[in-house]
Design a protein. Sequence first.
Length: 460
Amino acid sequence: MGALFILARSNSSDEELVLSYDANLLSAQTARDQRTPTQIFLNCLFTLLICMWFCCRPNIPTTPPPHTKRRESWIPVIRARVTLAIWLLLSPHFVLAWAIRQWRGATALKDKYVNCGPGWSCAHGFMMNMGGFVLYKDGLAIRVLSPKSFEALWRLGAIDFPWTMEAEIADRGKSSLALALFFGVQTVWFVGQCIERMARYGRDALTLLELETLCIVVVCWVIAAFFWEKALDARVPTRVDLKIDIEIPDERDPGILPLLENANTEQLREECIQRKLLAMLAAEYDHDPPRIERRFSSFKRALQTLCHPFRRTLASLYKPYNLIVYPPRAPPRGTFVVPTFYHTDNKILEHVVWLQSLCNIVWLLNGTAHLILWTSPQFQNSKSPGWMYLWSICAGTTIAVPAVFCIIQPLNKASIAIVSILLCAISRIILLIQALIALTSMPPQSLQSVEWTGYIPHLG
């Protein structure tokens, strides 16, 4: 009996060891199949950073060298990149519209100067959009050249056509095939694993932060396609020397530069002198026009009262909106850099139907993507019932505002567009904050991972 008892005891202990080993193996396998909130946050963070670095390609932000202080070369670069990054997070369709406008301007310049100098490509056109050609006189920088001033001085024989090769422009940028490949692999991996998890575990497997990141990544793909030939992080413009001592015409004066294709140099010089004399005489005898008192309706007065506390914010939004929607204005004399959203497309945005339609569709799709998680259990885990109501209001705003804007767009009111952008930006800020807080309480489906994602190199 004792021997049987000892044998039974040893068999039971062996079974306990096997069961314990199986339980440990199962728990280890489950741990490998699950993600942590930190991993989800890092995946989204690294994906957004690579999108911002590769797609947010600012104009040349620094003045021509030499720089006497270090801050003159670094602070403008950081400011330009942070500005574009904020716009990409809060209003990605706005950055897309700017990218397409610059691409249209670069394509027009390429077609215009394709047989001049070394033969211009889209890279040269993008350099002109970036403020990449600066006029020098006696070794000192005078001003940045816009397309009109560049053409005027070249036809007058005051400057030589710049022989800047496309390889030189690419060398000034910080882009490379490795960076483009890294951007493609990281974003494709992120989108692929999101789609795979939703197909396998349902839509609840997608977190709020991944949804917001997914919307931005898709827009960045389109932006990268239009910005493919634009120099990345270029900081030094091309030098264009003034050959003859000539007074540079101010293109901000209407009628000073209606250049004719077949006009000769002497005729252009005489016309410039005559127009300047007429402008001087008109300025001498002109008087200030009488001021017209504006009368506003009660609705407009009430709207002005409501918007008065936000006047500075609305004014800061009006300048980028004005730059993108309308044809470019000439940079003032003595400036060496162009504004952030400067472009050389000479058409009003509403006259380019396909461009306006594409931006509106992207704007609307970014909002409707939130319908994927409209009744997600991620809100049911929240202790506050107002959490879901706030998310629904903000998500509904990102859907309703673009839809209403598309309907009333023929009114062509800048104030309506700016208020629409501001409402969507505020809603996206709240959605991003909620997405970060939601990482603290997620349903089990959101923690599931996909096996094949570990075999693809990625960050996060």
